[in-house]
Design a protein around this ligand. Structure first.
Ligand code: NDP
Length: 403
């Protein structure tokens, strides 16, 4: 039985808070704070209607550390769950340190003025969290999060070492819009327009954005073009599995998405350099994000499945030579919407945020310092995925991937 304070009131937060309320034996007291209190109230009303559970709501600017510390001291949670934006990671970690409370997030820190995300800033907090006797759990969404845990489960139960790893992220959902992103547009477009990077023979190799395309037949979706790109779990997976010869991340994009993104990029709309417009300074990407459909409004119209998983090749644990396994989850947009009022991209992130929170508050995952999910026992997390809406399958493939 524990008290949690969730920060942020977007799609991911909405799913996580609904799922926490459905597990009242673990999360007895749920508090939700964000920049716009009305969004917290909307989530709380839906949770009350669907589950009967009360959620307390607050307005907070998470970048104001003293205000965050006051809120944490007032609520007295055993865990702060950061489901705001990557820009708020460090101030929320500072507040947790000052208040002596555990921390969890789903995305690594990214400065506002540079399209660059990496763990170094958060890993640098390790000694301070250790000295304070508290835990920070980083990257407990789907990717990073479930893909990281999938990989470590394969390494615990199937493979002695991993030689090659491919993470395949397919969103086969159709929202009926010409161009929209499935999570925060600003974060999504910064991620997609960044150069691709993959791990090869002990170092990251950089290639131009969206230059490598492969068609793959995804179960539950059908054939889709997927593009090699950089994704943040590659950094932690390479750190904790340095023996990997190669690790890559692939994401599917439809031709319409690529067409729109190319035009927007060519005309400068995806830039994060401030420009002057009618005497006011604006950032083109933030303006674009403001005119695009809000991800949380796409739930009702999105149909189809997501299919996200890992294909790993390595030496089999049982000494039977080299083996290849494919481990994945397929999630239905319609079912996710029916259960929580949000589409599957928010669902597949919010459910693992709830499960990671359950691991920490129940003491199943513990430690003093800053940890990635790769460092924890995958088994209790994998059990909860099966029970709480993200069932997974594992199969042996005939051989390594040929792309
Ligand atoms: P949204 O943009 O829908 O929601 C973000 C929320 O954070 C909004 O409610 C916003 O407030 C709030 N917020 C922003 N700034 C502040 C601030 N300074 N103080 C307090 N609250 C603030 O994003 P999503 O729900 O789609 O994503 C949430 C997080 O999940 C992001 O960090 C994203 O990168 C991550 N993510 C991780 C994935 C994974 O698999 N690991 C996949 C998808 C997302 P307001 O409503 O006022 O704008």
């Amino acid at each position: 039985m524990s008290t949690v304070l969730v920060i942020g009131a977007g799609g991911v937060s909405s799913v996580c808070v609904h799922k926490m309320a459905m597990n009242a034996d673990i999360f007895s007291d749920i508090h939700l704070a964000s920049r716009t209190k009305s969004k917290c109230d909307t989530i709380a009303a839906s949770v009350k209607q669907r589950t009967g559970v009360d959620v307390a709501t607050y307005e907070i600017d998470a970048e104001e550390v003293p205000a965050m510390v006051n809120l944490i001291k007032k609520v007295q949670p055993s865990l702060v769950v950061n489901l705001a934006l990557p820009y708020q990671d460090l101030p929320i970690m500072d507040a947790c340190l000052a208040a002596g409370v555990d921390y969890l997030d789903t995305a690594n820190y990214e400065p506002k003025d540079e399209a660059k995300f990496e763990y170094s800033w958060q890993w640098a907090y390790h000694d301070r969290f250790k000295q304070a006797g508290i835990m920070a759990l980083l990257g407990s969404g789907f990717d990073p999060g479930v893909t990281s845990v999938f990989t470590m489960w394969l390494k615990k139960h199937k493979l002695k070492t991993i030689r090659t790893l491919d993470i395949l992220d397919c969103n086969g959902g159709d929202h009926g819009q010409a161009f929209a992103t499935n999570f925060n547009p600003e974060i999504n477009i910064r991620e997609v327009t960044a150069p691709a990077r993959h791990w090869e023979n002990g170092e990251f190799v950089e290639t131009p954005a969206m230059a490598r395309k492969v068609e793959f037949d995804f179960e539950g979706v059908g054939p889709k073009n997927m593009y090699m790109m950089y994704h943040e779990e590659l950094e932690s997976l390479a750190k904790f599995n340095p023996e990997m010869e190669r690790a890559r991340f692939w994401m599917t994009f439809g031709d319409e998405y690529i067409k729109h993104l190319t035009v927007l990029q060519n005309v400068g709309m995806t830039s994060i350099e401030p420009i002057k417009y009618k005497g006011k300074e604006i950032i083109p990407l933030q303006f674009l994000a403001a005119v695009l459909p809000k991800p949380e409004t796409l739930g009702e119209t999105t149909k189809g499945n997501t299919n996200i998983g890992c294909i790993a090749t390595g030496e089999a644990l049982d000494g039977s030579g080299e083996k290849t396994f494919y481990i994945k989850n397929i999630c239905s947009h319609e079912a996710a919407y029916e259960e929580t009022g949000n589409q599957a991209v928010s669902y597949t992130t919010g459910v693992p945020a709830m499960i990671g929170s359950a691991m920490v508050v129940q003491g199943l995952w513990k430690g003093d310092g800053v940890f990635n999910v790769e460092e924890m026992d995958p088994d209790p997390f994998m059990d909860m995925l099966n029970k709480h809406g993200l069932p997974w399958t594992v199969e042996e493939l005939d051989g390594p991937v040929n792309f």
